[in-house]
Design a protein around this ligand. Structure first.
Ligand code: CA
Length: 234
């Protein structure tokens, strides 16, 4: 049974979420403020943390940062308020793994939690080594969320990093724009297909030696994109 720590100060939501998670078969601990959340995260080492951002005491960012600084790789799913895109970018940059926007659909939340737990267990759980993927002069640390080219840091937005990670994890597969929108941007996001092309263009600009003749991030005419299946984990 996977254990989930739920950190949420809004009592009605905490009770409802806790019940929903239990009915899905998770063992659930809850915390109603930031200090309690951090204390329980450290003491209980749950399999996953559902973390609200706006909390009394320490906010969700501080908790996330404190855990990552102590080397805790526990998957963190953040709950963010609608229209606060900057929050999600900040959250992902400081080490959250995913987020859902309030008000959220319970089935979506459960799907995200399931996906994070599967990813964590596929990576070997808490003792997972850094997952590093290298291609050409580019090095991508999937867990440390760091990308370098010729040893120099590449500055990607959180979304671009997620996109790159998804491409790498599905290398060799043709991925349609719809698939990328759904998997990388999240269900129900109101954005345009063109968004994918813009982000892909920026990834190429940052990573490819010749962005017009990409070696890694390939266009599959009429279908979408594909990451070239070479290189490997180390
Ligand atoms: Ca809150």
């Amino acid at each position: 049974m996977s254990s989930v720590l739920l950190v949420e100060d809004e009592e009605a939501l905490r009770l409802f979420l806790g019940d929903s998670l239990r009915s899905e078969g998770y063992s659930v601990e809850t915390a109603s403020d930031g200090a309690e959340g951090l204390e329980k995260a450290l003491r209980l080492s749950p399999d996953l943390i559902v973390l609200d951002i706006m909390l009394p005491g320490k906010d969700g960012f501080e908790i996330c940062q404190a855990l990552r600084r102590r080397g805790k790789p526990t998957p963190i799913l953040m709950l963010t308020a609608r229209n606060q895109i900057q929050d999600t970018v900040t959250g992902l940059k400081i080490g959250a793994d995913d987020y859902v926007t309030k008000p959220f659909d319970m089935s979506e939340l459960m799907a995200r939690i399931g996906a994070l737990l599967r990813r964590a267990s596929a990576a070997g759980g808490h003792s997972a080594p850094a997952m590093v993927y290298e291609f050409g002069s580019i090095r991508v640390d999937l867990r440390g969320t760091e990308v370098t080219k010729n040893g120099k840091p590449v500055d990607l937005s959180a979304r671009e990093f997620q996109l790159l990670r998804f491409l790498i994890e599905h290398r060799g597969e043709t991925l349609s724009r719809d698939t990328l929108l759904r998997e990388v941007w999240g269900y129900g996001a109101k954005i345009y297909t063109r968004t994918v092309d813009v982000r892909i263009a920026n990834l190429r600009q940052q990573l490819e030696d010749d962005p017009k003749e990409p070696r890694y991030i390939l266009t599959v005419q009429g279908l979408g994109y594909k990451f070239r299946a070479e290189g490997g984990h180390s």
